[in-house]
Ligand binder design. Sequence first.
Ligand code: AHM
Ligand code: MG
Length: 323
Amino acid sequence: MKRLDQVLNAENIPAELELVVNDVIVACKDIAFKLRQGDLAGILGATEDENVQGETQKKLDVISNDLLKDVLVSNPFVRGVGSEEEDYTIAANADGKYLVTFDPLDGSSNIDVNLSVGTIFSILEAQDNTPGDNQEVFLQNGRKQVAAGYVLYGPSALLVMTTGNGVNIFTLDTTVGEFVLTKSGIQIPEDTAEFAINMSNQRFWEPEMKQYIDDCLQGEEGPLGKRYNMRWVASMVAEVHRILMRGGIFMYPYDNRDPSKAGKLRLMYEGNPMSMIVEQAGGASSTGRMDIMDVQPEGIHDRVPVVLGSKNEVAKVVAYHNK
Ligand code: AHM
Ligand code: MG
């Protein structure tokens, strides 16, 4: 079976990029190990701090963030890092070419109940000499990503990633501590009858999204003409992975709970990397009105409405928004 480095070599990506990916993975393996230890390692529970998003940080949010940050800022090819858990972007090496953004532990409300969580990462190239502690250098749209991926810490730890040459899945072989290729050329089925959305926010959605879900709930008798099933893991990594494996549509739409936040998920740490993976697997990814990867970020922590998954179902949601 092929190891991650062998697969990346075959994709002919620059050696420096490979070394950056490698460091992300070194940190993820450590996170995977700590998650396995769980309560035995004293890592569960919350801290007393809030992150820049106004969310209480879990101990493991902080530990995972530090692991990724520490390994990446000492990589000579990294200009800077941006994290969901950091107020500002952090400078690494002035000569470094790559910018890494990450959500160190996505779905962190699942940590203390022993359910799936994940790490999401995105890699961009610096376009000029701006240092990494200036967020401007990061503010590129998702089409500029040179690599994106996630590690799903589930029953097995899986690395799912793309460098723009399709999507590969690697499984962590815990007997040797290496990710080995277990699936390649992933293709998301174009049609689906399975949606994932947090229905408790329904009253805060825009009318277009309300209408689509109302129509799904009407099943065979409704305008969409099929019976839908629903899933909600509250862990985007797990939802996206389910969609890669068997199709589906995942939505965290715009809602007006807080008018300053255009949805819950963040463009640079969640929206863009997941969109690159989904598109590379033949799926689609939209805000409901435009492709997520065409959204121009204005700030490192920008939020974005997310509708992604099976191509034909995403097209239906977009059509509701265009009506
Ligand atoms: P997080 O990055 O703080 O963990 O938040 C993102 C997560 C996603 O993984 C998931 O889709 C969503 O938040 C769940 O939200 P909710 O708690 O509203 O169900
Ligand atoms: Mg997240």
